[in-house]
Design a protein. Structure first.
Length: 273
């Protein structure tokens, strides 16, 4: 498979280090590693936060159909008129961009890159989405390795900028938006429920990522806007718990699964509409 990893945005490759060391989730033998918080020698904390690209790669490998209708409308971007709404939907659009890139949808990939770039500019996050990066991408469209390197460079430029400018609140909104969009798209990719459906199981495993996302959010000072969303994420967490038994083993019923997807959809729609 020829992956368009060059356009997977900075926020989906890894996450920012701000008085903490943040890493993306990884897989081991097809299963998610333990996502507990770890201590590292320099007294920083490692948070293994959601990386939607891994979920999208899983959907692609599962031979699911690309769900174009599940993407957030590009035309809706002009409705986002506060920094909170812009940051949340920068995360949503960045997630849609990653999904399109993994599924090799060139037109959608470029459309969502352009849309994410506009929101990034409006949030004064030019690093990672600037003209220099755009030109490097255009000149390396057929060189996957170089394009992945470009994306990595863009990530570090942007995260360094966000750290220097103390824009951790924006980053929190972006991470939230990108993760909820990935779970929403995964839910839309399940054509028929079965407790043994590999996508259903992977969605249930997102509980571990949500726990770490909440740990990360709770470890930093939050404004009231973030506090509101954290409360909603705490409510969502309860729906994930219902997919597990008392021994923390996955035990999914159709009723509890549908309730979870309804809750995810409601929260996602509150962000994008």
């Amino acid at each position: 498979m020829k992956k368009n990893l060059f356009l997977i945005p900075l926020f989906l490759i890894g996450f920012l280090t701000i008085n903490s060391c943040v890493t993306e989730d990884v897989e081991n033998d097809g299963k998610l590693d333990s996502l507990k918080t770890e201590n590292v020698p320099d007294d920083k904390t490692v948070y293994k936060l959601p990386s939607p690209i891994e979920l999208y790669k899983f959907l692609y490998a599962s031979k699911t159909t690309f769900k174009k209708d599940a993407l957030n409308s590009i035309e809706r971007r002009e409705k986002y008129n506060t920094s909170t709404r812009k940051a949340l939907n920068l995360g949503v659009y960045a997630s849609d961009l990653a999904y399109s890139a993994v599924f090799e949808k060139t037109q959608e990939t470029f459309q969502y890159f352009k849309t994410a770039r506009i929101l990034a500019d409006e949030l004064a996050i030019s690093e990672g989405f600037n003209e220099k990066v755009a030109n490097r991408i255009e000149n390396n469209l057929e060189n996957v390795d170089s394009l992945y390197e470009i994306a990595s460079d863009a990530y570090w430029d942007a995260t360094t900028f966000l750290e220097a400018e103390n824009k951790t609140e924006l980053l929190s909104f972006i991470i939230i938006g990108s993760w909820i969009e990935s779970v929403y798209i995964a839910g839309q990719s399940v054509d028929k429920f079965s407790p043994k459906n590999e996508i259903v199981i992977r969605i249930a495993e997102q509980k571990l990522l949500l726990e770490n996302l909440l740990d990360y959010l709770n470890s930093h000072e939050k404004n009231e806007e973030i506090n509101k969303i954290v409360r909603k994420l705490n409510e969502l967490e309860e729906y994930f718990y219902n997919l597990y038994d008392g021994s923390n083993n996955i035990n999914i019923t159709e009723s509890n699964y549908k309730k979870l997807i309804e809750k995810v959809t409601a929260l996602r729609n509150a962000f994008v509409y």
